[in-house]
Design a protein around this ligand. Sequence first.
Ligand code: 5GP
Length: 240
Amino acid sequence: MSRSSTVREIAAAAAVAAALLCAVGPAVASAARQHPLARRADGSSGGCVTATSWDYMYLEQQWPATSCKNCTENTYFTMHGLWPTNNDGSYPCNCESTPFDPSAVASIRTSLDTYWPSFQEDDQSFWTHEWSKHGTCSAPLYTSQLEFFKGALGARAKYDLYQALASASITPSNSATYQASDIEAAVNKALGTTPIISCGYHNEISEMGLCLDKQLQPMACPSSQPQQCTGEVGYPSSYN
Ligand code: 5GP
């Protein structure tokens, strides 16, 4: 179970609106990060919209040690999602009704198990949720669930946050802390865009998001996507 505190930060009205409009799949006792645009800094909700167009992709990766009690020490971030997003702070969701089909992604099942595990419910519920809410809106970039999951995993591998941080000697530690600005600079230098950092309890990095253009090239996040976690942050080597 994640211990992130970010849920508390979600403006109640925005959360209710987003939940009513967007919720699919099982409810989870989540402490993990909501779509960033469901909780803009001014308290308003970017919210999901019933359109199918989008401006950029938001690649959200999770740091296992912050959220996962039973994980062994990791040398990679895992997937949360690849989210079609609009510059104005809205995002399309639940664009069509094709259900998640495990057999459609059987050929990449090992990669999904490794790089897209769930830290809350079972993996398949997580994939179902991500496909229904976000993947169904990923056209024209992806037109099938295999393409969507494959593409998302490929983006995760290409934008390797662990390596980006390691190349600046920022390595997981249960004792050291880092300045969020140094983490931003390290990722920007290695991957070409400044990450949006989300933190959980103890101000530990729980997730990092990258803005990618329609060709999945790095781009600066729009102002509707503000930084979430600043100052001194933890990057734990194991759950603590
Ligand atoms: P989104 O709905 O935009 O994809 O992301 C927010 C949701 O993802 C939250 O409801 C949160 O509970 C869920 N989430 C984040 N990490 C995990 C996870 O590891 N497993 C599952 N099942 N849900 C997660």
